[in-house]
Ligand binder design. Structure first.
Ligand SMILES: Cc1cc2nc3c(=O)[nH]c(=O)nc-3n(C[C@H](O)[C@H](O)[C@H](O)COP(=O)(O)O)c2cc1C
Length: 792
């Protein structure tokens, strides 16, 4: 890295490069972003918005739109990029990276001063690789850093780095880029707290049968906000806080609630009246809509330790309230077409959406296994072609859970008609403001479809969302708590929130006087994402279908919260596959079920841009290591190899020794697989055993972590618990394969050599030593030739 910089500075720069090294300020700047799931896009657009408020002129572009600017003329650049795959750049920057690879202009960024904000995750080994690579590349091409890069970590919460990085960006940006208007002299956003208001946050210790035992101990602590209400009380509170549409509601400071005012009258039947429903003369009869509404989920109240709030005199470092971006324009009252199984047209996918049918489902685990793993076979309709190879993945476009969608609608005070029938257009509130890319095609949508397919309802909210919600919260204590969560003083509690995985509905349930307009939520809710799965099958084996395996994501959050949570796509797939209990399958490991399903599964193919593919050279040995569902793509690899062997054998050139020929043509395969208990969750057991039987896999190592107690020994040797233990044991072979010393051809050559030695001993009456010398002499005189090129 240093070498490259040095190079540029020691060479005599051409005239225009001299200009770039002066400290002359640029007139404007650009933000260039690359984002796979929307975080970087959102942050990039917010940086631009705030920079404009601070008097800078600028523009924002996705990196693939780099041609909209002239790269060599850029003077000040702020890059914001995330990662995907294994430290790879997001898809919407692939064109830009290709351009950089082909670029011959060594001084492409010679005029530019730049900085980078990288969004990564330390759970991945290549942490923030893209940002680091980008910095190296831009420096190599002459760019100068004006502000040290920031590397945010999703595992810790992006805000921990992003917020201070952005705060410190402003003076640095002002050094290199002109502020055309004087920014309003805003002090750091601060809220001064009035001490005695805090008292009402304490909770009375009231026994609650629904309260998880682990939480009970917190009841007596004055500063721990615990929801101790029963379900009925929660439902009553929720019903009481579900007014009609809160659209266009202005921020409110504090509004006393008059329960008897016309405004606050409810259509819903309160839970306490439930028992009188349909009784003669009871005045209340069951209404279908009300009954279905009562069944909707109510959300979980989040828990916040308010000790730091009590201790604080003021709340500092609050994020600024994000600017208004989206506007919902009512297009028509005509009922939208009846809901279909198609994904609404505003949803953008990386490749055309194909509607597949579920042909078969199989449960790969036993009912008592820790995880439930399903294998689903999707059939691609006739006439549609899906080209894929082992290692590719595809995205499933599953909707958000309908119950949550409808509960959010109800909580926002919208009627079923408003949400499900009226058609809206999403447009930018102001000229010059760009809609988030996932909403740009929302020209004729219903609110229900936006909630089903447009926005993410399950990811814990960003600080900016809490900040916006605070603006629409009437109760002073609730508002203060929301502000606390996005302040410096509330940092620990904001991080603590992530352990509870709260959804939007949970937040709205926790803050009953918060009534944001729907379009304001659109400003900050992240995009709803297709969920990606690796293809399990080889197209050679099953050309018109896509098989994939997944764990059905249902879990309980960490103690003391113990809240049941579930994923989006896997429970949906589980439900639409309808497997297996409804079919009365009782085998320990469920068999395949032919479904011939009516339900369509919308998918979008994601070709593997990151080279996780089988090597073209089939003689290359493979070491495949895949615990749990991580083994799924390898099943496709092995199916592929199996079919390649069959093809090879059925072609000419395979003579009387097909097995030997197959061995010659294909490198050794070592498969290391880890599960918990072999008889419960050894996924693809039949397939793996068949691969060994047919010779596709030379060595199969299965290690079961729960069958071994830590430190347990067999014959003085520690029993293996994880795949790495087995890999270590086979270290010499693995090393041999990596060094190119292994492989069937070498094995075969050695076997032949040994056989020849045996013949020389037996029939020539020589000792082994003499036989070996003789063979070496034959080789030197080229009487004995070996073609071992396949070993490479
Ligand atoms: C499939 C996937 C792969 C990822 N790979 C990496 C990685 O290799 N290195 C890293 O630092 N972060 C990785 N991340 C983390 C993302 O960079 C991080 O979550 C970021 O906030 C996403 O921002 P975006 O929404 O703008 O794409 C990965 C995330 C996903 C979902």
């Amino acid at each position: 890295m240093t070498k490259n910089i040095h190079l540029y500075h020691t060479n005599s720069p051409p005239a225009h490069m001299v200009i770039s090294t002066t400290q002359e300020k640029s007139d404007d700047f650009v933000v260039l972003y690359a984002s796979q799931t929307g975080n970087a896009e959102w942050i990039a657009k917010n940086i631009l918005q705030e920079a404009k408020e601070r008097g800078h002129n600028g523009e924002v572009y996705v990196l693939n739109d780099f041609e909209k600017v002239s790269l060599p003329d850029l003077r000040t650049i702020i890059f914001v990029t995330s990662n995907t795959g294994d430290g790879d750049p997001p898809d919407n920057s692939s064109k830009f990276w290709k351009h950089l690879r082909r670029n011959k202009q060594k001084d492409l960024f010679a005029r530019a001063r730049f900085t980078i904000l990288g969004l990564g995750d330390t759970n991945y080994s290549n942490f923030n690789n893209t940002a680091k690579k980008l910095e190296r590349k831009v420096k190599e091409l002459g760019g100068t850093v004006f502000y040290e890069k920031g590397l945010a970590d999703d595992a810790q919460g992006l805000e921990a780095v992003v917020d201070p990085w952005i705060s410190n960006l402003w003076p640095k940006l002002a050094d290199v880029c002109v502020q055309h208007t004087k920014p309003p002299t805003t002090a750091e956003p601060t809220v001064t707290l009035v001490a005695d208001q805090l008292k009402s946050l304490s909770v009375a210790a009231k026994p609650d049968p629904d309260l998880p035992e682990a939480l009970a101990k917190y009841l007596d602590l004055p500063n721990f906000l615990v929801d101790h209400r029963s379900d009925t009380e929660k439902a009553a509170a929720l019903a009481a806080t579900t007014p009609r549409a809160a659209k266009h509601k202005q921020p409110v400071e504090s509004a006393p609630v008059d329960r008897y005012s016309r405004k606050n009258r409810r259509n819903e039947i309160p839970p306490e009246v439930e028992k009188y429903l349909d009784l003669p003369n009871s005045l209340v009869t069951r209404n279908k809509d009300a009954a279905s509404a009562a069944a909707l989920p109510t959300g979980h109240r989040i828990h916040v330790d308010t000790t730091a709030l009590h201790a604080a005199k003021e709340l500092t470092a609050l994020p600024r309230v994000p600017g208004v971006v989206c506007r919902l324009v009512h297009v028509s009252n005509a009922p939208a077409p009846a809901p279909s199984t198609s994904v609404p047209s505003f949803v953008q996918a990386p490749s055309p959406i194909v509607y597949t049918t579920i042909r078969k489902a199989r449960c790969l685990t036993t009912p008592d296994a820790v995880k439930r793993t399903l294998l689903i076979e999707l059939e691609v309709p006739r006439g549609e072609e899906v080209l894929f190879e082992p290692g590719d993945a595809f995205g499933v476009l599953a909707p958000n859970e309908e119950g949550i969608v409808r509960a959010v609608v109800r909580r926002l005070g919208m009627s079923e008609k408003e949400a499900g029938e009226f058609v809206y257009r999403v447009e930018a509130e102001m000229e010059g403001v760009e809609l988030p890319s996932h909403l740009q095609r929302a020209k004729a949508v219903t609110v229900l479809d936006l909630l089903r397919y447009g926005v993410d309802l399950t990811t814990p909210p960003r600080k900016a969302m809490l900040r916006i919600l605070a603006e629409y919260t009437s109760d002073a204590e609730e508002k203060k708590l929301l502000l606390f969560l996005c302040s410096k003083q509330g940092t620990a509690q904001f991080i603590f929130l992530r352990d509870q995985s709260p959804t939007l509905l949970d937040i709205l349930t926790t803050f009953p006087t918060c009534h944001p307009p729907f379009q304001r939520l659109l400003d900050t809710l992240p995009a709803h994402q297709p969920r990606s799965y690796s293809v399990v099958n080889s197209p050679l084996a099953h050309p018109n279908s896509l098989h994939f395996a997944f764990n059905v994501l249902r879990y309980t959050t960490a103690a003391p919260f113990n809240v049941q949570r579930q994923g989006v796509a896997t429970p949906w797939l589980d439900r639409v596959a309808g497997f297996p209990s409804a079919r009365g399958i009782t085998q320990t490991r469920a068999k395949e079920v032919e479904l011939g399903a009516k339900v369509k599964v919308p998918i979008t193919i994601r070709h593997n841009a990151h080279a996780f593919v089988l090597p073209l050279d089939t003689t290359k040995p493979l070491i495949l290591i895949g615990p749990g569902t991580g083994v799924a793509p390898f099943i496709g690899f092995l199916q592929h190899r199996e079919h390649q062997r069959r093809i090879r054998m059925s072609l000419g050139g395979v003579t009387a020794f097909p097995d030997r020929d197959a061995r010659d043509g294909f490198g050794d395969v070592y498969l290391f697989y880890g599960c918990r208990e072999r008889n419960k969750d050894w996924l693809f057991r039949e397939e793996m055993e068949a691969f060994v039987e047919s010779g596709v896999v030379k060595v199969l190592e299965v290690v079961a972590s729960r069958e071994v107690a830590t430190g347990e020994e067999v014959e003085g040797r520690k029993k293996e618990k994880y795949v790495q233990d087995a890999i270590r044991r086979r270290g010499a072979e693995v090393w041999g394969l990596v060094q190119g010393k292994g492989g069937d051809t070498k094995g075969m050559a050695r076997d032949v050599h040994d056989a020849l030695t045996d013949i020389v001993c037996e029939h020539g009456g020589q000792t082994r030593e003499e036989a070996t010398k003789m063979l070496t002499g034959w080789m030197e005189r080229r009487r004995y030739l070996r073609d071992l090129t396949a070993q490479a």
